[in-house]
Design a binder for this molecule. Structure first.
Ligand SMILES: Nc1ncnc2c1ncn2[C@@H]1O[C@H](COP(=O)(O)OP(=O)(O)OP(=O)(O)O)[C@@H](O)[C@H]1O
Ligand SMILES: [Mg+2]
Length: 326
């Protein structure tokens, strides 16, 4: 926490309740200028609510956020002037062209005519949409719509960009395109708050992260520190035809016998060594007892997925579904 300038975003003790659901529960974090901060969590964790509060669109029940020193609840407009927001849902007019959409949102942002032209050219270049700018958005692919959504958020050259799951529902190539564009923005000094339930994206982009679940922060800090909260995992390759993978009851028995979290997928069993590699022999013995057939095994360093699994006992990926693999 040394050698830093003053934080540009301070999130301080946020609470937000919807009926019986506590969407955000005592959330605090800070973001430094030029940093890409990751907010990672499964469906319903409270990511969108948090970004909504930071952008001044949702009032917290308690706590506050400052952006560039301006309170989002008291000095909302001044704070908002520093922010660019890319919402999770697409906010686009399908019957207009991309250029018409951009012009419309640029005027809403209060930009002048000459500035509008210049900025549209700039955000098109960043998002790689130059060639499609005069097509109606209706004809755009999902990935192009996502990119236009980002382009709109970039109008006005915000100091802080809030990105809410900007790669959901698009193919890997389009996803790559977006991640690279975000990376370039960060390299050019923009401060970014990036939410996702894809740990690979957050690992790729972010220096510091918060992992949320049910409105609460369950882990927070520099990426390398948060990763270190989980142990290495042993990844065991089992034959895809192995009965174990297709037998929920047998899997359940194995899970109960193991002293560490297990995540089955495809032809793989991942077991997190919560107590370090000295746990490996014990685990192998249990696997032999349960007649698990093995094709191979390797040790993998922890990542955000295994951190989430070891802290919550459930998998983060695939829409954060809590359903078992059966
Ligand atoms: N306007 C609302 N009214 C009632 N409940 C809400 C409202 N907005 C959010 N919630 C609830 O608050 C919790 C957090 O929702 P939120 O949308 O912030 O999560 P999220 O992390 O963005 O999830 P996702 O990954 O699905 O977008 C959820 O349980 C959700 O159902
Ligand atoms: Mg959301």
């Amino acid at each position: 926490m040394t050698n830093h300038a003053d934080p540009i975003v301070v999130v301080d003790g946020l609470f937000k309740q919807y009926g019986k659901v506590t969407a955000v529960n005592n959330l605090s974090f800070i973001v430094y200028p030029g940093e890409t901060f990751g907010l990672l969590g499964p469906n319903g964790a409270g990511k969108t609510t948090t970004l909504g509060i930071i952008s001044g669109l949702i009032r917290p029940d308690n706590g506050d956020v400052t952006v560039g020193g301006f309170s989002v609840t008291k000095d909302t407009q001044k704070a908002q002037r520093l922010l660019g927001v890319v919402p999770q849902g697409l906010a686009l007019y399908e019957d207009l062209t991309a250029r018409q959409n951009l012009t419309y949102f640029a005027r809403l942002r209060g930009l002048h005519q000459a500035e509008i032209k210049r900025q549209i050219a700039q955000v098109l270049e960043i998002t790689g949409l130059e060639d499609a700018v005069d097509q109606k958005v209706r004809k755009y692919s999902g990935g192009m719509k996502r990119r236009l959504n980002i382009a709109i958020g970039l109008l006005g050259n915000p100091k802080v960009l809030l990105l809410d799951e900007p790669t959901v529902g698009i193919d890997p190539q389009a996803r790559r395109h977006i991640l690279d564009a975000v990376r370039r923005l960060a390299d050019n000094g923009m401060t970014i708050i990036y939410t996702s339930h894809y740990m690979e994206e957050v690992e790729y982009l972010c220096e510091r992260v918060s992992i949320m679940d049910h409105g609460l922060i369950i882990a927070q800090g520099p990426l390398y520190e948060v990763r270190a909260l989980a142990g290495d995992s042993v990844v065991l390759r089992v034959p895809a035809t192995d009965e174990l993978l297709n037998d929920p009851e047998a899997l359940d028995r194995l899970k109960k016998a193991l002293p560490a979290p297990l995540e089955p997928s495809h032809a793989e069993l991942r077991i997190i060594l919560t107590k370090g590699s000295e746990q490996a022999p014990e685990i192998l013995n249990i696997l032999v007892e349960h007649q698990v057939s093995l094709n191979g095994m390797q040790i993998e360093a922890p990542n955000l997925e295994t951190v989430f699994l070891s802290l919550t006992g459930k998998a983060l990926r695939d829409n954060g579904s809590e359903a078992s693999a059966s």
